[in-house]
Design a protein around this ligand. Structure first.
Ligand SMILES: [Zn+2]
Length: 352
């Protein structure tokens, strides 16, 4: 369906994805401004790591679409492909829309093929007020059973209730999965700076699309809204994307209700800001837990030896799970990515 040259935008490795994205924005006729955040750590080959941001269209437009990739590091190949494809294809944008591409918001996780950041934080559980009492999760009982081999990962992944509890987010066990951290992460600080630069209160409508992978049916791009059911922004999402929007609060999503989501930061910017997660399914929750558990065990051993064969097996498993190098999957992702962006641009350029 798509030529191999079009699917070339897919890269499992950060350095390749970074090179393709930055080459595309350098030659793009729609990109007006770029800025980047240098990460304090280096990649496996000693390379510098960046979150790159490209501003396209009219920077002062009243309406803004923000496309974000790589909040969960190793998932970055998916969003990066959609972003690189977007800047490569578009020669012009609707007059009253600015599109902001945030590439590899967790570049360390992308480069080291980890879902977490360099501090072991699940950035998508990190958006909480750390001065307040944090959520006390019961998920550690499940985690302990996995560690002690008293519970089977296959069974936990297949049980929706148990899986949702395990993945809801926790703030007590840094060595366990889905740890939301003890302070604002590096990636969260980049997001907060971006919101300041955007001057959200001076815009009419903002749609944020945060691109992830791993949950749901193979190749399907689910649009997940965690807005409260009675708010204006949620209705805006339904108006723009229709019945394709799913909601954990209603039980219609492959995602459960979670704590500290990236969503909640943008919800707080006002009713004119609609946030949606674009989540691409791969091989199911049991396979995901197996891959994540192996990586979590590896991280507990200290510095990661990128030359070690056992390490590479774990890392390649993660890359193949979150960004499969399979043509039919890539085609589904690219089609859906283009479709979601077009729907968002149409929705933002329509006047009430
Ligand atoms: Zn994710």
């Amino acid at each position: 369906m798509y030529a191999d040259t079009i699917l070339d935008v897919f890269c499992q490795r950060y350095s390749d994805a970074h090179d393709k994205f930055t080459a595309a924005i350098e030659t793009s006729s729609i990109v007006e401004k770029t800025n980047k955040h240098l990460h304090p750590m280096k990649g496996p080959s000693g390379e510098k790591l960046f979150c790159d941001i490209a501003w396209s269209g009219d920077l002062n437009a009243k309406n803004v679409l923000i496309l974000i990739s790589g909040l969960h590091g190793v998932e970055g190949g998916v969003g990066s492909a959609i972003q690189t494809d977007f800047v490569s294809r578009h020669r012009r944008l609707p007059a009253d829309v600015c599109v902001v591409l945030v590439h590899a918001i967790n570049p360390w996780g992308f480069a080291w093929s980890s879902r977490n950041d360099h501090q072991g934080i699940d950035v998508n559980r990190n958006f909480v007020d750390f001065s307040q009492q944090l959520h006390q999760s019961d998920s550690d009982t499940i985690w302990q059973k996995i560690i002690n081999k008293e519970a089977d990962i296959q069974t936990i992944g297949a049980d929706r209730h148990t899986f949702d509890l395990l993945s809801e987010g926790q703030y007590s066990y840094p060595s366990a999965l889905y740890f939301g951290g003890e302070q604002a992460s590096w990636s969260r600080q980049c997001i907060e700076q971006l919101a300041g630069q955007l001057k959200c209160d001076q815009r009419d409508k903002i749609i944020v699309v945060d691109i992830h992978s791993g949950l749901g049916p193979y190749g399907y791009g689910e649009l997940i809204s965690d807005h409260p059911s009675d708010c204006v922004a949620r209705q805006h999402l339904i108006d723009v994307f229709g019945a394709t929007v799913t909601e954990p609060i209603l039980g219609t999503s492959s995602s459960g209700i979670k704590y500290g989501l990236h969503d909640y930061f943008w919800h707080a910017q006002g009713d004119h800001v609609a946030f949606v997660t674009l989540e691409f399914g791969t091989f199911g929750s049991s396979a995901m837990l197996r891959a994540l558990f192996a990586d979590q065990q590896l991280q507990q051993q200290g510095d990661i030896d990128w030359q070690d064969d056992d390490t590479l097996v774990i890392k390649h498993d993660l890359q193949d799970f979150f960004c499969p190098a399979e043509k039919q999957w890539q085609e589904l992702v690219l089609f859906r990515g283009r479709q979601v962006i077009e729907m968002a641009l149409t929705g933002l350029s329509q006047h009430d």
